[in-house]
Write a protein that binds this ligand. Structure first.
Ligand SMILES: [Zn+2]
Length: 52
């Protein structure tokens, strides 16, 4: 059985630039939020998921 996944953006919560793409399972209900390096802010910031 294949696991269906959908692609999402990770958007910087500080400058709203979409710096990363990732994927997660279709049925997953949790919201992704990760600390990632933002090249626009030039530091690590929180990144929230946005749909493609
Ligand atoms: Zn940023």
């Amino acid at each position: 059985m294949k696991i269906k996944e959908r692609y999402i953006f990770l958007e910087c919560t500080t400058c709203s630039n979409r710096n990363y793409t990732t994927h997660k399972r279709l049925k997953a209900t949790y919201k992704l939020e990760k600390k990632k390096y933002c090249p626009f802010c030039r530091k690590h910031t929180g990144h929230k998921e946005k749909k493609l």
